[in-house]
Design a protein around this ligand. Structure first.
Ligand SMILES: Nc1ncnc2c1ncn2[C@@H]1O[C@H](COP(=O)(O)OP(=O)(O)O)[C@@H](O)[C@H]1O
Ligand SMILES: [Mg+2]
Length: 380
């Protein structure tokens, strides 16, 4: 039977609203009494360890982590004092999964107002969120393209699925039991059971570098490309375990090179290329660039960007002579909507809203002001 009301550990009764999203372990609902918070309800009653993990997490109150993470704030129970069935956390509000922003097709359709500079801010803020998590001795573990949520216009980042994090607190250790192969570092691909191992920040830093790569370089995965041999390009897990980074300086030995239509690595300064190489090749097992190091490198890159005269959405690092986005445009690969076209698209959305207001007789429409399509993540 589906759950419609639950009780917090303090006995407060909450009624569940519509489902906002569904995952492998649970569904996330609106809470009718509180629009700033949402409830994750597990598909079945979690085991004792997970119940204890949630109790411990809800009792930890680190402001820095809560700034970036939809952290559990209350456990939820089917009956007052009964077993934990879920938890309350802040809403991710207007944030969208990061893959909807680094994927050029989706971005152009849904967020045409965004430029490469916005993506740079998102990459920097993703690293900042990971840095806050690592600073507290936590490990994300299950890094993936759905668990990083971003507010499109502000670039604010919020990590969700915190109940999967590896948590070490109050003398208790709670492992992260899951992982997605495309974001799992080479040294963990042979691990059969994540429940038996201790994950580290250095493991997270592999997935973090992948997300940064995808945001800065047109959405491509660093281990996707044109295979040079039959044994390459068939299985992402095997290519990651074999360190087949398509942009490695010795990539032809590794058997994989970037596809001809790829955004070239040369748009980024050599130092950033070096950081990716460190993250995706053999030395990374010992040490990958940390989240804090990414924040600092990307912060330096921000003021060094140039903006194209033809299209203000074409930002790029100033060491590049000619606008790389114009050059890709001319070969038919458009990454960013022209600024003027994007402005028209936004205005059209307001016009549609105005029309709807007239038809429905609503008094909500506030004149001809162009509204941002989305603003920021929910209140924390
Ligand atoms: N704090 C949140 N605010 C709004 N929606 C959320 C929030 N957390 C999760 N969701 C939505 O619920 C979905 C499932 O959540 P997730 O924690 O990833 O579930 P699972 O652990 O079961 O895979 C997410 O993909 C997202 O759409
Ligand atoms: Mg989960």
């Amino acid at each position: 039977m589906s759950v419609t009301r639950l009780f917090t550990s303090k006995g407060e009764e909450l009624s569940l609203g519509p489902i906002l999203g569904k995952g492998g372990e649970g569904s996330v609902h609106q809470i009718n009494e509180d629009s700033n918070r949402v409830a994750k309800v597990y598909h079945k009653i979690p085991d004792g360890d997970r119940q204890e993990k949630l109790r411990v997490m809800a009792s930890l109150g680190d402001a820095d982590v809560r700034k970036f993470v939809a952290w559990p704030v209350e456990t939820l129970h089917v009956s007052r004092g009964g077993p934990v069935r879920g938890f309350v956390m802040p809403t991710a509000g207007a944030c969208v999964p990061v893959h909807q922003l680094y994927n050029p097709g989706h971005r152009k359709q849904e967020q045409p107002q965004l430029s490469w500079k916005n993506l740079l801010v998102m990459a920097r803020n993703t690293a900042d969120a990971f840095a806050a998590v690592h600073q507290r001795g936590l490990v994300v573990g299950d890094v993936n393209e759905n668990s990083v949520m971003v507010a499109p216009n502000s670039g604010h980042v919020m990590l969700i699925d915190a109940d999967s994090f590896q948590v070490n607190a109050d003398g208790r250790f709670f492992p992260c039991l899951v992982g997605v192969p495309d974001f799992t570092p080479p040294e963990l691909h042979a691990v059969g059971d994540f429940g038996r191992m201790v994950r580290t920040a250095n493991h997270d830093n592999f997935g973090l570098a992948i997300l940064i790569f995808q945001l800065l370089l047109g959405g491509r995965h660093p281990f996707a490309g044109r295979p040079l041999r039959n044994d390459v390009g068939n299985d992402m897990s095997i290519d990651i375990s074999g360190f087949r980074f398509a942009d490695a300086l010795d990539n032809s030995n590794r058997g994989l090179v970037p596809p001809p239509t790829a955004v070239p690595m040369t748009i980024l300064p050599a130092i950033i290329h070096g950081m990716f190489t460190q993250a995706f090749t053999e030395p990374g097992i010992q040490r990958r660039p940390t989240a804090r190091e990414w924040v600092s490198a990307l912060d330096k890159l921000g003021p060094q960007t140039a903006v194209c005269h033809a299209n203000s959405h074409h930002a790029y690092p100033a060491h590049v002579r000619a606008c790389p986005w114009c050059s890709l445009d001319s070969s038919g690969i458009v990454h960013f909507v022209k600024a003027q076209v994007a402005a028209k698209a936004q205005a059209a959305r307001v016009t549609i809203a105005a029309l709807w207001a007239q038809i429905s007789g609503s008094s909500q429409y506030a004149g001809n002001r162009v509204q941002p399509i989305t603003s920021s993540c929910g209140r924390r």
